[in-house]
Write a protein that binds this ligand. Structure first.
Ligand code: GLY
Length: 390
């Protein structure tokens, strides 16, 4: 929980909202959707793996956390272009989510919203697909029964190893959505408890975050903060933090809980105080300069989260224009520096994504979630009435 006063170190840096020209955004979206179509047509795999290896996606099936974002790329591309090819591709994925739910494939842990929100919930929102809606609602019931732990003061969704994570905030969106969709407050309460527990345990006094928190499986009492993909247990892993910068505004939109805007401002200011001059985050906020790897996906997820929160803040909120300024600077920096020629042919839509540095996976490469949040950021600018999938 934040206890220090968090101020922006360089308010002048975010005082003006730069306008990304429409022409530049349209060109970026055309390039990205053309590349996605080309990839889909030449790709023999059902789904790509999480991240590229030597800039090429390996073949995978629909069983990982990020698969939903591959389907989500097609939905976003469909909304951006109106090209029926993308709608058909996205729709062709939907039955594989029913297979996942029935077989409990890759949802036995906490990754329950990442797969189903930008695929099935998006299908329902865009085309009114009742079959997809039911898959998502049935998954929410499965989460309530099997993955949500309500006994202790620290109610939350947990992995099989009894961890909860910053990432889990995005998974809790499934419960928040199910609450709104069905009118049953049990889902909303559980979804909001993820934010409450995250605030109590994973958010530190200075506005940074632990990646994971470990619980005792017997008592459900918290034990300690930990990291999987960050630099150290005590550092702030950039993408984990970004899941909070997006996850808390979504929880705020569904619940209106009044602690969320202040908490969100504090953790976002922590990120902005650690954002390098060129606006592409390092893979961990222990680094603010030098040769360490970058994670453009952390920038894009944070930009989408700031744009989301800005929609729900009154004009009098001091952070509103800061968020709009920072988001535009990050998105423009990604267009300019992470989508161009790097001397090798890369499968993804954006480069300079670091998936898991300590594990040596996808370092300065591309990743499905980077592609998805790039398209989502472009969609947010080009289609201001776009309806969020989360
Ligand atoms: N496990 C979620 C992530 O890599 O961001």
């Amino acid at each position: 929980m934040v206890t220090e006063k968090i101020v922006l170190n360089q308010p002048e840096r975010f005082a003006k909202i730069p306008e990304i020209s429409r022409e530049k955004l349209v060109r970026a979206a055309e390039k990205a959707t053309d590349k996605l179509e080309e990839f889909a047509k030449k790709n023999p795999c059902a789904f790509p793996g999480t991240c590229t290896k030597n800039f090429k996606y390996e073949c995978a099936e629909n069983k990982n956390w990020e698969a939903g974002m591959y389907t989500g790329c097609y939905w976003l591309a469909y909304e951006l272009t109106g090209n029926e090819f993308f709608r058909k591709e996205a729709e062709s994925h939907i039955p594989s989510y029913k297979v996942r739910l029935d077989g409990k494939i890759g949802i036995e842990g906490h990754d329950v919203g990442f797969p189903f929100m930008p695929s099935c919930v998006a299908a329902w929102k865009i085309t009114g697909n009742e079959y997809a809606r039911k898959i998502a609602l049935d998954t929410a019931d499965y989460v309530m029964a099997e993955r949500y732990f309500p006994k202790s003061e620290y109610k939350c969704i947990k992995t099989t190893g009894h961890h909860t994570m910053m990432d889990t905030l995005m998974n809790a969106t499934l419960l928040l959505w199910a609450g709104k969709e069905t009118g049953d407050s049990k889902y909303t309460e559980a979804g909001l408890n993820q934010s409450i527990t995250t605030n109590k345990l994973l958010i530190r006094a200075d506005g940074s975050s632990y990646h994971h928190y470990i619980f005792d499986p017997e008592t459900e009492e918290p034990i300690k903060g930990w990291t999987l993909q960050g630099h150290s247990d005590d550092s702030c892993w950039s993408r984990g933090h970004a899941w909070g910068i997006y996850g808390f505004p979504v929880a705020y939109d569904y619940t209106g809980a009044d602690f969320l805007p202040g908490l969100h401002r504090d953790i976002t200011y922590f990120m902005l105080n650690h954002l390098p001059e060129d606006c592409i985050p390092y893979w961990d906020y222990d680094f603010i300069s030098g040769e360490e790897s970058r994670d453009s996906s952390a920038g894009l997820i944070s930009a989408c989260g700031m744009l989301e929160m800005a929609k729900h803040l009154p004009d009098t909120a001091e952070q509103k224009n800061v968020f709009k300024s920072a988001a535009a600077q990050i998105v423009e920096a990604v267009i300019d520096n992470c989508t161009g020629d790097i001397g090798v042919d890369y499968d993804g839509l954006v480069n300079k994504v670091t998936h898991a540095k300590p594990q040596g996976q996808g370092i300065d490469e591309c990743a499905v979630y980077g592609d998805y949040f790039y398209l989502e950021a472009l969609t947010r600018y080009l289609k201001p009435d776009w309806v969020r999938y989360w």
